[in-house]
Design a protein around this ligand. Structure first.
Ligand code: IPE
Ligand code: IPE
Ligand code: MG
Length: 253
């Protein structure tokens, strides 16, 4: 039986973004507004994650990347980092059956080695358990920073030149893409940022070259599947020109 969401949503499958990436921001402010501890905001933020993962799968998004922890977030207070890692572990474990039931593969981008060992272990188990699923890729950006990603890519390319595996002339856009964490996925068609901040905060800087950007004022814990669908509808009305002239412009004259 179709869920309510599937029955209500009319999205043109031909113009659906293949890859949606979300900067999930505003958990702290959500908690502050309610005179709660920031950690409460992160807890409610994980509930929003669950509902958006389900919504994305139901509408047919192929890749959903969620910015969950940045390389810069390591500078937050120790107790907040600890709570975020605990919530992450809980999420990874509790989502296993849901991911399997819904044919969703989990993967991560970022410095996995920097995460606590117990979290790494649970991530590896879930990645392994879901590796055959192909309805959607849920890609969590963890200890992710685009500058770190690009720096590591440059180092790895330089090593290959040093060992004469490749030559300088072999450095192309494609070669660079092949050295990024996102090598196996398309660039994000749509990047959503919640909480009304107009910045990328070191997220997918190379891959965002032609992404459509949508800023929502909603704080992440309040971000709903209804708003997500509205943003997808907004995306479908946009004219993506990629530097060319608009589709409606005649090229004959
Ligand atoms: C996003 O919410 C979650 C992470 C960055 C881990 P914040 O914790 O940044 O919330 P605000 O921006 O302080 O409201
Ligand atoms: C971006 O949010 C990182 C994540 C959502 C994980 P931040 O709250 O860390 O970004 P800034 O500090 O406002 O730029
Ligand atoms: Mg923030």
């Amino acid at each position: 039986m179709k869920s309510d969401l599937q029955q209500d949503v009319i999205l043109d499958p031909d113009t659906l973004p293949s890859h949606v990436a979300i900067i999930m921001d505003g958990n702290g402010r959500w908690a502050k507004k309610r005179l709660m501890n920031r950690i409460k905001g992160h807890e409610h933020g994980s509930d929003a994650v669950r509902s958006i993962v389900t919504a994305a799968r139901e509408v047919g998004i192929k890749v959903l990347t969620l910015y969950a922890f940045s390389t810069e977030n390591w500078a937050r207070p120790k107790y907040e980092i600890k709570a975020l890692m605990m919530l992450l572990k809980k999420f990874i474990i509790s989502q296993r059956s849901e991911l399997s039931r819904n044919n969703i593969r989990l993967d991560i981008i970022g410095q996995k080695y920097k995460l606590p060992l117990d979290v790494q272990k649970e991530i590896d188990t879930t990645i392994d358990l879901t590796k055959k699923y192909d309805k959607m890729l849920l890609n969590l950006a963890l200890s992710y920073g685009a500058r770190e990603e690009i720096t590591t890519a440059v180092q790895n390319i330089a090593k290959k030149i040093e060992s004469k595996e490749i030559a300088v002339k072999d450095i192309t856009h494609d070669l660079i893409c092949d050295h990024l964490y996102t090598r196996h996925m398309p660039d994000p068609d749509l990047i959503i940022r919640t909480s009304g901040e107009y910045r990328l905060s070191n997220f997918l800087l190379w891959q965002a070259a032609y992404s459509e950007i949508f800023i929502s004022d909603t704080l992440w814990p309040d971000f709903s599947r209804e708003e997500f669908i509205e943003i997808l509808k907004n995306f479908q009305k946009r004219d993506r020109r990629f530097g060319k002239v608009p589709c409606s412009t005649s090229t004959d004259g």
